[in-house]
Ligand binder design. Sequence first.
Ligand SMILES: N[C@@H](CCC(=O)N[C@@H](CS)C(=O)NCC(=O)O)C(=O)O
Length: 261
Amino acid sequence: MSQSSAANSAAPKLLQFRYAMFPEKARWALDLCGINYHSQAILPGPHVPILAIKAQQKTVPVLQTADGTFKSSSQIVEWASKQQPELKLYGESAQQREAIQAHISYFDDIGAHARRAYFNALLQDTRYAADLFSSGYSPKAQAVYRASFPMIKGVMKIDMNIWPKAIAKSLSKTEEALDRVAELSQQTGYLVGSRFTAADLTAATVLGVCVLPDEYPVSVPQPRPAALQAWQKRWENHPGAAWVKHIYQQHRPKPLAIGGL
Ligand SMILES: N[C@@H](CCC(=O)N[C@@H](CS)C(=O)NCC(=O)O)C(=O)O
């Protein structure tokens, strides 16, 4: 076995959705920390039985490494940062670490709100949503997915509570979070201290749905449908959205997935 194929076979494996915020948070950390990994992309919907067998849970990301299996995005970011300590993703002091952890926990919670509000716009065009989630799959797999998507969409709405009252609350929580990043980053451009940390990475990934940044490493079908264009427009003049855009431009490296995402 050549050196590079030996290194490849030892590389961690990431179970993930191609198009989703918490897998993106994990990928960003792996890419930033210079870790090559194998991606196993799963489609939302059929993921439930697959993940039950492979990871005994129903959410992604899951990272399988020689050090063990990590079953949430925050665990993966923490493991990745230990492989590249000089990046100081958890800050330069105990005090910064505490502040960063508090931001991660807040923005992880915001993720569910931003996702609900965004999915409300995305799911209005059933065909577009199906093609977005299955982007990169074979035409045959895409056609099967498209045909079953009306049912998957119904389950998603129930599972993520995508109904008017919850959507209204989630919209205001999302706006609050954008206000927060705009305010906190005023002095240095970052949420904690004067360099990029896991707090910025988490905030930018969960609020990325408000911006739909060009640097997001999965290509999406174009043009976006009217409801998504209106969603993007809703946030386009918000200083928090400008911050997310800037963080993606400055700090999102190219993916290191072996053989692609
Ligand atoms: N706290 C978890 C949340 C993971 C999560 O919500 N993942 C979503 C994708 S963004 C998921 O797998 N949803 C599928 C489901 O809940 O069935 C983490 O940070 O990893």
